[in-house]
Design a protein around this ligand. Sequence first.
Ligand code: 3NM
Length: 210
Amino acid sequence: MNDVRLYVITGENYHPGRSVAEVIEEALRGGADCIQLRDKEASKAELMEKAQTLRELTRRYNVPFIVNDYLDVALACDADGVHLGQEDLPLAEARRILGPDRIIGISTHNIDQARTAQKDGADYIGVGPVFPTGTKPGRAAVTTSYVSEAAAEITIPFVAIGGITLDNVDHVLQAGASRICAVSAIVGSRNVEATTRDFLSRIVSRSNGA
Ligand code: 3NM
């Protein structure tokens, strides 16, 4: 996860009438360098089909592929890893099932959760939601101050997530994030490839000290 700069998560509600494969391929063409399948509505069979499609696609672009929530789907499609929430299977059990080589990411919403995830052997953490977001309603925004805390203390890679758009991404980068994760601002945009490219150039210019 070290090299990841722009992590894109699927959100099919944001692109009615277009397939997840089509939209994610545009993000990959724009330079997304990690992809997560997140679908809280699909049946396991549907999820498996999407996972296989995205697995093939991400392999072609040589980009890590992560499955949200479901270890069985991740293993069955040979994903690179899983992403788990605070309420999901504990990290130690997930590690036992997945082995040492697959990536395990954990959502964190405060610095204590981040410390715990790091101590327990997470490969990366999510830090968010930085801003209020309709993609994960009902969860309070942690603001850029949690991004700064994580940047000061956490040594494993972290991705800032939640309500991040081209209008506010510079604040998140200024607060210390070097990896950005987004759903709606990318998969819901009119030109997914161009928007991905714009996000990436902001991230890269910030990490070059611009
Ligand atoms: N996890 P958007 S925020 C999936 O804070 C997810 O753990 C979050 O979507 C967390 O880019 C979030 O559309 C939603 O705001 C991100």
